[in-house]
Design a binder for this molecule. Sequence first.
Ligand code: ZLM
Ligand code: CA
Ligand code: ZN
Length: 406
Amino acid sequence: DKGITRPRGHKVSFHYNSQIEDMHFGKTHPMKPWRLTLTKHLVLGYGLQFAMDTYQAVAAGKDQVRAFHDPDYVDFLSEVAPETFEGLSRMPRFAKHTPAKHEYDSVDLGPFNLSTSPGADCPVFDGMSTYLFLYTGATLAATHQLTTQNSDIAINWSGGLHHAHKSEASGFCYINDIVLSILDMLRVYARVLYIDIDVHHGDGVEEAFQRQPRVMTLSYHRYGPYDDTGHKFFPGTGDLGDIGLRGSVGEHFALNVPIPSGIDDRQYKYLFENITQRAIDAFKPSAIVLQCGADSLGGDRLGQFNLNVKAHGECVAFVKRARLPLLILGGGGYTARNVARAWCYETAIASDNGATLPAALPMHLLPRPAAFTKRGHGNGTLFPTFARSHPNDCRDADNEYMVKVL
Ligand code: ZLM
Ligand code: CA
Ligand code: ZN
């Protein structure tokens, strides 16, 4: 069908729940769950579902989330909504988790670094609990496919929330689905390698396993001063000398590749392939988790790298060639249409259809002709980025590959 093939002896599973797309962090918050709508439409438009097993995700249980997170935090996340936030925040078992105010915090933070202020990194929004437990459920289902040997590669683009801590939300991340997945994998696999190509440092995952020699964490990220204000690029950790907890058995099982802004395809590919290969050779993992944050692409609203979709995808292709059980997760990515291009392309690479994607968009995904953009013609819900495009959203204009292929 449509030239999309399922190679024999190479099973890929795709885990998703469309309910996640309807969530809103707040009007101008950079994290847009509807980037997953765009991704889904591209994946289905190209017929990639015929090359994979697709699974509708169900919510993770609180007990599953407690495998890493503090029980009070899990209760708070499962009960909180914008209307109940204030009341819950005053309850002593939750109030004791309220952080001290930092000088740079422009918003008031409640317990667990959560807030109802619109400017917060981790706002409490309508449907938040549903959202959190669903993306976590999708990652755990994907993990289960691998540990039971039902899939060789499992994909969850709604997961990969690498900043969440044991009892604190951070950087748009509330539940650390990656840590939960790796903890589950450790019951089956001797060693797990975690690789993180999001433009931000994978601090939550590194911290969780800093004393653990069975998990090696390897993050590539922007590091150093953000601009001339002297503020560091978020989260400000992940220096080259960060190698896991010194003096513990986990020392040397964390690797960090701090990178200045503007890195291009050739430079990134050189670093990624050389370092990742040496990590695989030395550590000999039994399984790999790859966080594919798309904020490392050129033109990202928050990122400062200059990668093309093709080079981002080559990281996935490279890791796939290790032929180990592979969990592929999303993460950051703030210029929605580029996120969809990257994750659709990477879905094709995972399912061995990377070379067969036609250069032209599938017919029903083409932008409406100008004559139809007048008000009153269609509701524009299928592919809204064309209607919403903003000058700042077009910084990939000379991005040859993106323009040509997707
Ligand atoms: N202020 N609204 C990456 C996580 C990056 C911390 C500086 C909040 C923003 C950002 C929020 C609507 C991943 C910081 C920022 C403003 C303290 C960050 C709400 C714009 C907005 O317009 C915004 C009013 C918001 C947040 C920008 N926050 C940009 N960068 C980072 C977190 C997550 O990609 O790695 C994985 C998913 N936070 O720099 C501040 C220090 C909070
Ligand atoms: Ca990273
Ligand atoms: Zn990021």
